[in-house]
Design a protein around this ligand. Sequence first.
Ligand SMILES: *[C@@H]1O[C@H](CO)[C@@H](O)[C@H](O)[C@H]1NC(C)=O
Ligand SMILES: *[C@@H]1O[C@H](CO)[C@@H](O)[C@H](O)[C@H]1NC(C)=O
Length: 190
Amino acid sequence: MARFLFNLHLFIIIFIFIIVVVSAKPHRSSQVLGPAVGFGKEKISHLRFYFHDIVSGPKPTAVRVAAAASTNKSPTFFGAVVMTDDPLTERPDPNSKLFGRAQGFYASASQEELSFLMAMNFAFVDGKYNGSTLSILGRNMVFSKVREMPVVGGSGLFRFARGYAQTHIHTANFTSGDAVVEYNVHIIHY
Ligand SMILES: *[C@@H]1O[C@H](CO)[C@@H](O)[C@H](O)[C@H]1NC(C)=O
Ligand SMILES: *[C@@H]1O[C@H](CO)[C@@H](O)[C@H](O)[C@H]1NC(C)=O
């Protein structure tokens, strides 16, 4: 009897020990999902459009809203924050069809090279994309030939979006500061 009780106690202690060890393990779980119900098939889309960053003239679409005391002495304008409502058009011509607007900000985030933190929503207004958005968060090295920024999400037609945007300067006027930038956006979404 005593031996049985001893075994029982030992068993209970070991059992509790196992439970404590098992439940203390970090929780990681994932499930393989079938096609998301109601979302159809995942697809990859490529969008190309032109971003008009207009800083000069009577109706700028990009305005500096903040800066540090030292920003104007910095060769890279370190600390400048520029809020944008830049038109996105189908072709480089600013009067071509409006595809959407780039609403957000870019901020000079490097003291060594001209490099911006980009945090923007692309709000589309054309056709089936009307009302849908893509969110961009990334590093924009202005003078690199091609810059790449992550697409971190989207709404509407672009729910669950992930992907990247590659950009290069189409034309820039170094006197006025205005620029037309080509965007090629590749996204996976439903
Ligand atoms: C986009 O949607 C808005 C709001 O629903 C509507 O007023 C506008 O006419 C639409 N634009 C186009 C180009 O379809
Ligand atoms: C560049 O900007 C300056 C100043 O706004 C303007 O006078 C000039 O015509 C522009 N150049 C081109 C090629 O658009």
